[in-house]
Design a protein around this ligand. Structure first.
Ligand code: ADP
Length: 649
């Protein structure tokens, strides 16, 4: 019994301790994650001035890295300006104490050696216990104070000077002097020490270390000649007025003064005058620094973190400078980056280049041929248009010329008829009557043809004006149909007229509506055999009126039903057809209907007959048009004229 109890207790204790451990670790984890929305204050102490490119690049890397994770970071900057002025530690101390003594920062970032050296002096007094991340540090032997050592971590730079020197020796084995153009900054001094150490490896070449603040002094100190020496650029110099000169200008001055190849191991010195060299990218250093900053802000213990030594670099060169010094790109280390390369074409293999040139040449040739063809076609089109205009003009002139004598012939014949009726003329022979009738009919036929030609020409030229007035279209259609009734019945064809409506007033050209009807009726008569039927129907469609002319004639084949509306087109050609006509009628009819904003269509079956369907909109005329009363008013005369190409069998 006692044994069972103690087992229970042991199980309970295990469960409680398990629960406590899990809860604690969850709590610790939750707490460990930085609150992404609380504001973080970071002080960035830069060794140089505001627009110093290297430090600006490092900061952009830090900011980019942090902004992915933290929303609310306030950055404060402090510039030591050590390239322009020698550092006065007491002054800096005074300044920092007054500015930052009572400020609380979540993190301090120091950029370059000078800034770290200054912070080392003032940390305990002003920033004690604030975590620090240092970056771009070259001075390896700097002894940090105990507290700073405990609260700081950072990124140390790898020296690339030896890589830069060995690259130059690989491409120029006859170099006798290397001028290292440095200044008086801490970093320059560290580099000078490094260069001195490297000298022992290269007995045959003098490493001339130039360390000064002014450009003129630096130029004077260069040694060697154009052929056997090169310059390494790092120092930033002042002009005689003490103003800092920008790096591009310094490079240009040094180049024009010495005429020597310029190299570097610093990204800030890449420009079109400097050939290039092994480079660490500032923003890469910034990214690594940013990562350290984030870890600290995320409550990671600085004490457990280690310095990072950046060893990644690449060779970067400037195309213009390589070209300027005739340096063959084949001699550059593999994976080198060449900036400002003028054209990707150079990288394309010869065969591909030849193919591209060939394709471009063929395309150009095709385009030229195409353009020539278009020009030729345009020329032909212009000629055709000119010819068409000439033809239209000729038609217009000749039609008018023909109509005058024809009208004289027709009126003479009409006069002759009157004399016959009065008995003033008597033909002794019946055959003369028949010939006189044939003469009249053929003259009318000719007049119809000429009238149609004149109208078509006018429509083409755009000055065929309709003479609108408000008319009862039902009455007009009925009257003209009934006027043709006698004629149709004489041909032994039955005519049936029917209408759904007695009155439909709309804006129409009466003469043209009559011509449309007579044209459709004349076709129906021509193509309907004796004993057949013609139906004229009118349907009321409210805002529209529908008029149909239907026959039981020979019909129109399906494939010809559209072309009959084209000018001069007939179902049968001249040699095979057995009815007279010019092929203008339907084209003119369709134009006249469309000028009234209406529609004309045909439905037809071979051997069953055809139905022409007109649809006209019913609108009111806005203003009364002056109706040209010169048109023929006698409906019988209209019928004689429009039916003139129908012959008695
Ligand atoms: P045409 O002066 O030759 O009659 P149209 O333009 O009026 O000219 O007619 C064109 C052609 O359409 C006619 O030659 C004829 O072949 C065909 N056509 C027109 N109406 C009919 C119809 N009602 N029945 C059969 N064919 C027709």
């Amino acid at each position: 019994m006692k044994g069972k109890c103690s087992a229970k207790y042991i199980l309970m204790i295990i469960l409680i301790s398990l629960f406590t451990t899990i809860s604690y670790s969850v709590y610790a984890n939750v707490n460990k994650n930085v609150d992404k929305d609380t504001q973080k204050k970071i002080l960035i102490i830069n060794s140089y001035h505001f627009d110093e490119t290297w430090e600006a690049q490092i900061f952009s890397g830090i900011k980019e890295g942090l902004s992915k994770e933290l929303k609310n970071v306030e950055y404060n900057f402090e510039y030591l300006d050590s390239k322009r002025n020698a550092l006065d530690l007491n002054e800096v101390k005074k300044n920092f104490t007054s500015k930052f003594k009572n400020q609380n920062y979540d993190l301090i970032v120091v950029c370059n050696d000078e800034a770290l050296m200054v912070l080392n002096q003032i940390y305990d007094e002003i920033f004690l216990d604030t975590p620090v991340v240092y970056t771009s540090i070259n001075k390896q032997d700097l002894k940090l104070g105990e507290n700073l050592e405990e609260h700081s971590v950072g990124v140390r730079e790898q020296f690339l000077i030896s890589n830069a020197i060995s690259f130059v020796f690989k491409t120029h084995n006859d170099i006798k002097t290397m001028n290292f153009m440095l200044d008086n900054t801490v970093t320059s001094k560290i580099f000078a020490e490094e260069i001195k150490k490297l000298q022992s490896k290269y007995d045959n070449c003098k490493f001339n270390i130039i360390q000064c603040d002014y450009i003129n002094e630096a130029l004077e100190k260069t040694e060697g000649n154009e052929k056997n020496s090169v310059n390494f650029m790092y120092g930033v110099y002042k002009d005689e007025n003490g103003q800092i000169i920008d790096r591009d200008t310094i490079s240009t001055i040094v180049y024009y003064h010495t005429k020597r190849e310029l190299y570097t191991w610093s990204e800030s010195w890449l420009n079109s005058v400097v050939v290039g060299g092994p480079i660490i990218e500032g923003c890469k250093i910034g990214e690594i620094t940013g990562d350290l900053c984030y870890r600290i802000l995320n409550n990671e213990d600085v004490n457990t973190m280690y310095d990072i030594s950046n060893s990644s670099f690449k060779y970067v060169f400037y195309y213009e400078a390589l070209n300027n010094f005739s340096i063959n790109m084949k001699n550059l280390p593999s994976n080198s980056v060449v900036l400002n390369h003028p054209s990707v074409l150079k990288k394309i293999p010869m065969e591909l280049k030849a193919t591209i040139i060939l394709i471009i040449a063929i395309l150009t040739l095709l385009i030229i041929i195409l353009l020539l063809r278009i020009e030729y076609k345009n020329k032909l089109y212009k000629q055709a248009l000119e010819y068409e205009n000439l033809r239209t003009e000729f038609f217009a002139n000749i039609s008018h010329e023909l109509r005058t004598p024809l009208n004289i012939i027709l009126s003479t014949l009409q006069l002759n008829d009157m004399h016959l009726k009065n008995g003033e003329i008597v033909y002794k022979n019946d055959a003369i009557y028949k010939r006189m009738d044939a003469l009249k009919q053929n003259s009318r036929r000719l007049l119809k043809l000429i009238n149609n030609l004149i109208d078509i020409t006018k429509i083409d030229a755009g000055y065929f004006a309709l003479q609108y007035e408000n008319i009862n279209v039902v009455e007009v259609v009925e009257d003209i149909t009934m006027s043709a009734a006698n004629y149709i019945e004489r041909k032994n064809i039955n005519l049936t007229f029917d209408t759904e409506v007695e009155e439909k007033i709309g804006c129409f050209d009466q003469d043209k509506i009559e011509r449309v009807m007579l044209n459709l009726l004349s076709n129906a008569i021509k193509f309907t055999p004796q004993g057949g039927d013609i139906f004229v129907n009118i349907y009321d469609e409210d805002k529209w009126i529908k008029i149909t002319v239907k026959d039981t004639g020979i019909g129109i084949p399906k494939d010809k039903q559209q072309i009959i509306f084209e000018r001069f087109r007939q179902v049968e050609n001249l040699l095979t057809r057995n009815q007279e006509g010019s092929g203008i009628g339907l084209s003119l009819t369709k134009s006249l209907i469309e000028m009234h904003d209406g529609e004309l269509e045909v439905k037809s079956e071979i051997g069953q007959g055809s139905e022409f369907i007109i649809r006209l909109p019913i609108k009111e005329c806005n203003r009364k048009c002056i109706v040209d009363k010169n048109t023929i008013n006698n409906p019988q005369e209209k019928i004689n004229l429009e039916f003139s190409d129908i012959y008695d069998d």
